[in-house]
Design a protein around this ligand. Structure first.
Ligand code: F6R
Length: 274
C-alpha cells in the first residue's frame, strides 16, 4: 500500500487525477470505477482539464459508479439543482466535460423497482465482470468509515444491494448537498443501491483511496491502521491483493501513526531505491 501525503486538497486531487490518466493513456479502453461526494470533485476537475488542454481521450473508457440513492435518477426535465441523484452529479462534475460515450457510462439505477433489485444488482455485477473488472477504482470515505454506501455493520463480503443509510450519512449528505437544494431532510432518500465491499474487493485491480480535511483524520487512521472491521468498512483497504494507492491531504493524514514511514517509502521510490 502506497500512502502519498500532499500539502493541499488541490495537490491531492492532481496526484489522483494523474494516476487515473496514466491508466487511460496506457490502456485507452480502461474501466474506471468512480465515486461521488465532495472528495473527488477536484480530481474530476483535473481530469476535465487534462481532456481539454492535453487531449486525454476517454472515448474508449468504460465507467461504473459505486452507488446511487434509491428513488431518484437523472430526470432530464429537472434542473441540476432539483435533481440530487449521483447520476446527475457525475454528469455535472465529470461526464459532460469529457468525451466518454453515454453508452459506456454505468451508474446504479436509483429508480429500480425494489422488487426487482436482486436481479438488477446481479446484472450490474455481471456488466463489470464482462469487461474484466475495474482497472482503477476511486474510493472516498464517509465520516462513519463507509465505502460506497456500505454502512457500519455491512459484511466485508457484501455484494451489490439496497442498503438503508445511517443517520450520520443522512446528516452528512443533507448538509453537503440537499440543504443547498432546498430539500427537506425528511424528503431526501434514506436508502441507496450500492456495490458491496466484497464486490469492490473482487473487481478492483487498483484501488485509489482519497481523503481530505482534518475532519476525516480519525476515520482515515482507523481505516488504514486500525483493525479490519465491518464497523469501518473502508478498513477493507487492508484486504486488497492488487495495487493500492492512498492519496491524502495533510489534514486527513494528521492522525496516522506511521506517517513518517509512508513519507520515507515515497522518497525511496522517487529515488528508485525500491
Ligand atoms: C459515494 C461514496 C461515498 C463517499 C463518502 C465521502 O459514491 O462512495 O462513500 O465517498 O460518503 O463523501 P464526501 O467525499 O462527500 O466526504
Amino acid at each position: 500500500m502506497d500512502v502519498l501525503i500532499r500539502a493541499t486538497y488541490k495537490e491531492m486531487s492532481k496526484v489522483a487525477a494523474q494516476i487515473i490518466a496514466e491508466h487511460v493513456r496506457a490502456r485507452p479502453d480502461s474501466v474506471l470505477g468512480l465515486a461521488t461526494g465532495s472528495t473527488p470533485v477536484g480530481t474530476y476537475q483535473e481530469l476535465a482539464r487534462m481532456h481539454r488542454e492535453e487531449g486525454l481521450d476517454f472515448s474508449k473508457v468504460t465507467t461504473f459508479n459505486l452507488d446511487e440513492y434509491l428513488g431518484i435518477g437523472m430526470d432530464l426535465t429537472l434542473s441540476a439543482d432539483e435533481d440530487q441523484s449521483y447520476r446527475r452529479f457525475m454528469h455535472e462534475q465529470l461526464f459532460k466535460h469529457i468525451n466518454v460515450p453515454e453508452s459506456r457510462i454505468h451508474v446504479p439505477d436509483g429508480l429500480v423497482d425494489p422488487a426487482m433489485a436482486d436481479e438488477y444488482c446481479e446484472w450490474y455485477e455481471e456488466k463489470i465482470a464482462e469487461v474484466g473488472g475495474i482497472d482503477v477504482q476511486v474510493l472516498g470515505i464517509g465520516g462513519d468509515g463507509h465505502w460506497a454506501f456500505n454502512e457500519p455493520g455491512s459484511s466485508l463480503e457484501s455484494r451489490t444491494r439496497i442498503e438503508p443509510l445511517t443517520k450520520d450519512t443522512i446528516d452528512d449528505n443533507y448538509r453537503a448537498f440537499y440543504k443547498n437544494a432546498g430539500v427537506k431532510k425528511s424528503e431526501m432518500p434514506h436508502f441507496a443501491v450500492t456495490m458491496g465491499i466484497g464486490t469492490i474487493l473482487e473487481f478492483t485491480h487498483h484501488a485509489l483511496f482519497i481523503a481530505n480535511g482534518a475532519g476525516k483524520a480519525g476515520v482515515v487512521a482507523k481505516a488504514l491502521e486500525g483493525p479490519v472491521t465491518s464497523q469501518v468498512t473502508a478498513s477493507a483497504i487492508q484486504l486488497f491483493d492488487g495495487t493500492v494507492t492512498v492519496v491524502l491531504d495533510k489534514g486527513a493524514a494528521s492522525k496516522l501513526k506511521n506517517r513518517a514511514h509512508y513519507e520515507h517509502v515515497e522518497r525511496l521510490k522517487r529515488e528508485g531505491a525500491c
